[in-house]
Ligand binder design. Structure first.
Ligand code: PGA
Length: 253
């Protein structure tokens, strides 16, 4: 566990205008400025990246994008390139969130291209994977995870793994208030780690962080973080209020 520093990431989804995002970032910065044993990231909507970056620059909070397109530039109306995210101050990018798969037709193939493009631009990708309720109930969870990992990470080398984070987000637990049990989470995380260790070697044990996402709140974070393969959380709803997100970040207080 030595090198796997806890990592708490907030996904603001399609919430917060520029001024609202600025207010939330200011409040959060005050509440967590003394935290140093946890990596912290927030991913506001694209339109608020610049404003939020000005507020958190030089602090212990890092910036992330919620998505990107894999091309460097061109006639791709409505898309954002890796270098645009970098120049807006991002060091991370969330890729393959289930809402993007569900509503915007993302596939493991497009996700794989996005991961490659993010790594090439020195952005650290957070790859989201997870099963639906139907898949869990028919005992397909681990095979679904295996397939997603295989397809989304194809072509990557062990060197790429340094900069990758995996977020295990069971689709049925996202935004539903239904958190997976600690044992379900630990089972999935240890399965993911085992698979990736087979593929990429020992580094996966030492440094690959696996976050859990799905209705994480200040009340359940401590229990989740007590599991040996849980290295942090990707937080949606509870990251939209400075106090609740700070409560999650300060899980160890
Ligand atoms: P939630 O979202 O915390 O609101 O369940 C998690 C996510 O979508 O990453």
């Amino acid at each position: 566990m030595a090198d796997r520093k806890p990592f708490i990431a907030g996904n603001w989804k399609m919430y917060k205008t520029g001024p609202e995002a600025a207010e939330l970032a200011e409040e959060l910065k005050k509440l967590v400025c003394d935290v140093n044993g946890v990596d912290i990231m927030i991913a506001p909507p694209f339109t608020a990246l610049g404003t939020v970056y000005e507020i958190i620059k030089g602090s212990n909070i890092q910036l992330g994008g919620q998505n990107l397109f894999w091309k460097t530039e061109g006639a791709y109306t409505g898309e954002i390139s890796p270098s645009m995210l970098r120049s807006a101050g991002c060091s991370y990018v969330i890729i393959g969130h289930s809402e993007r798969r569900q509503h915007f037709g993302e596939t493991d193939e497009t996700i794989s291209k996005k991961i490659r493009a993010a790594l090439d631009a020195e952005l650290k990708p957070i790859l989201c994977i997870g099963e639906s309720l139907e898949e869990r109930e028919s005992n397909q969870t681990y095979s679904v995870l295996d397939n997603q990992l295989e397809r989304c990470l194809q072509g990557l080398t062990s060197d790429d793994i340094h900069n990758l984070t995996i977020a295990y987000e069971p689709v049925w637990a996202i935004g539903t208030g239904k958190t997976a049990t600690r044992d379900q989470v630990q089972g999935a995380h240890s399965h993911i780690r085992k698979r990736l260790k087979e593929k990429f070697g020992i580094l996966v044990e030492k440094s690959l962080r696996i976050l859990y996402g799905g209705s994480v709140k200040p009340e359940n974070i401590k229990g989740l973080m007590s599991m040996p393969d849980v290295d942090g959380a990707l937080v949606g709803g509870a990251s939209l209020k400075a106090e609740s997100f700070a409560g999650i970040i300060r899980f160890n207080d």
